[in-house]
Design a protein around this ligand. Structure first.
Ligand SMILES: Nc1ncnc2c1ncn2[C@@H]1O[C@H](COP(=O)(O)OP(=O)(O)OP(=O)(O)O)[C@@H](O)[C@H]1O
Ligand SMILES: [Mg+2]
Length: 261
């Protein structure tokens, strides 16, 4: 089995800020991880490291058993799909939905040449279909709703058929029905044996899709707990992570938490 991610004693320091402190974490092939933690905990920074967009200040990060700093990151990047709000800035508003997904095959945004392989085009159609966007392929990206944009972004992240899919708050800004639709689609993905290893960052316990196997709880750049979902998701761990006394509930295979009275 391939080790997908290995962080060993990772520090990330920017100016006087220690964003991650002595952070160690391992993700194996086929696991579905949720990463939970309050604003500023370091979740997006973790995904920046995992997607080879950032190097640690100290310690080592290995992706597919290749250590960052000792490998050409451009060889690793096609293996990694990333969907995050930061990447939205790189998508032009006037770009057509089909092209937003299609251009990912070339690791770039913007349609820069006319001739695409038929195979790529078929894959982009298929992904947009799976993510409920087949009727909107000729719309411009700017004309889409927030939820539709999120689905196009995930289809885009899957375009290179990655081995690792990183999703940074895909549910942010969605209404209740939109969130439930997303959770349902992510549940289907989590249960698909052929799907990539998954890491989903969220603030909301309700967004954890059934079928996810592991959880990482992070607070102020430090790991609170990591491991199998059932072991990690306790009132004590969550209360420590979010610095509030919480009651944890489970229904329909989903989690939710409220403040303890
Ligand atoms: N270049 C930088 N210089 C200084 N501080 C930084 C820099 N980049 C990030 N930070 C800080 O590091 C901390 C962690 O940032 P990060 O974006 O990883 O948090 P997050 O857990 O994703 O938060 P959120 O839930 O709000 O998205 C934040 O306090 C942020 O302000
Ligand atoms: Mg973030």
């Amino acid at each position: 089995m391939v080790q997908v991610l290995e962080f060993v004693d990772v520090d990330v320091v920017r100016g006087h800020k220690e964003i991650l402190k002595k952070f160690s974490w391992e993700v194996d092939e086929g696991e579905r991880w949720v990463v939970l933690g309050p604003n500023g905990a370091g979740k997006t920074t973790l995904l920046q490291l995992a997607s080879t967009r950032m190097h640690p200040t100290r310690g080592t990060v290995s992706v597919f058993e290749e250590q960052l700093g000792k490998v050409d990151v451009f060889e690793l990047r096609p293996l990694i799909g990333l969907s995050s709000a930061a990447l939205l800035n790189h998508i032009r508003g006037d770009e057509k939905v089909l092209d937003v997904v299609l251009t990912a095959a070339y690791g770039m945004t913007g349609r820069w040449r006319e001739e695409y392989e038929k195979l790529d085009e078929r894959r982009a159609f298929q992904l947009l279909h799976e993510w409920g966007m087949s009727t909107m392929i000729n719309r411009t990206f700017a004309s889409l709703s927030e939820g539709e944009r999120k689905r196009v972004q995930i289809a885009r992240a899957l375009m290179t058929d990655p081995e690792l899919l990183l999703l940074d708050e895909p549910g942010a800004g969605l209404d209740l029905a939109g969130r439930e639709d997303l959770v349902k689609r992510l549940t289907t993905l989590a249960q698909d044996g052929a799907a990539p290893t998954l890491v989903l960052v969220t603030h909301h316990l309700e967004e954890i899709p059934p079928g996810f196997t592991h959880a990482l709880l992070i607070r102020d750049g430090e790991k609170v707990a990591a491991g199998p979902l059932a072991e990690v998701m306790t009132e004590e761990n969550l209360s420590t992570t979010f610095d509030a006394k919480l009651r944890l509930m489970q229904t329909e295979g989903r989690f939710m938490a409220v403040a303890a009275q």
